[in-house]
Design a protein around this ligand. Structure first.
Ligand code: CA
Length: 229
């Protein structure tokens, strides 16, 4: 696999956080951690993790509230890790939009299995195309692999998400607002600066001449459009 999958751990107990982090690293995941809800929320919008492991009892906000907030802008799988064992708590978390619920104490193999399941469910549906091909540019959405003229191109998580959003809707103009909302959610600063910066990086990697793009076009004042296959 080209890009490592990123897991974000939101957990205020540092020992548990470290324990999960070690287990995930061993399995080849890239990890990020947050000890508070607000830190966690901003990491979800800046990092776009592939999976979120969430403790419900956090110092600044209840985990249930976080689930609701995240679901307003992201479909990233959320696995709740909690000491709360009441059936009603589990049901409420799942209803709020969590994908799974693991009760403390738990074993690492159980946790890893649940992460794999959550990731499988979040993968693109079968009817969605699994590939974009145009000129020398090939994007394999399942492997998260981008090749240009047969060479693998390394993109950051955010760059990859931007390119794949555009490629999946190639030919359509995606507006600045839509892209901002999809990638950074409501926790962006409201300007498009971060989008422009990322797009400039992408162009440097994908376009032979960024001033005369062949793959991603700017619709001035509106947004970006990817060349149709
Ligand atoms: Ca806690």
């Amino acid at each position: 696999m080209n890009e490592k999958l990123t897991a974000l751990i939101i957990e205020d107990e540092k020992n548990i956080c470290r324990f999960i982090e070690t287990a995930l690293s061993k399995e080849g995941y890239q990890t990020a951690k947050a000890y508070t809800a607000s830190e966690g929320l901003s990491l979800i919008s800046s990092l776009c993790p592939d999976v979120v492991l969430l403790d419900l009892g956090l110092p600044d906000m209840d985990g249930m509230e976080i689930i609701r907030k995240v679901r307003q802008f992201s479909h990233t799988p959320i696995i709740v890790i909690s000491a709360r064992t009441m059936e009603a708590e589990k049901v409420a978390a799942l209803d709020a939009g969590a994908d799974d619920y693991v009760t403390k104490p738990f074993g690492t193999s159980e946790l890893m299995a649940r992460i794999r399941t959550a990731l499988r469910h979040s993968r693109p549906l079968k009817e969605e195309r699994s590939e974009y091909r145009c000129g020398g540019l090939v994007i394999d959405f399942e492997k998260r692999l981008i090749c240009l003229d047969r060479e693998v191109i390394h993109l950051t998580q955010i760059e990859y998400k931007l390119v794949s959003l555009l490629a999946r809707q190639a030919g359509k103009v995606l507006t600045y607002d839509y892209l901002m909302q999809q990638i950074w959610g409501p926790y962006s600063d409201g300007s498009n600066q971060i989008l422009r910066v990322n797009m400039a990086h992408i162009r440097r990697k994908l376009e032979k001449n960024p001033a005369d793009p062949q793959y991603i076009f700017t619709e001035i004042g509106v947004g970006y459009r990817m060349r149709e296959e």
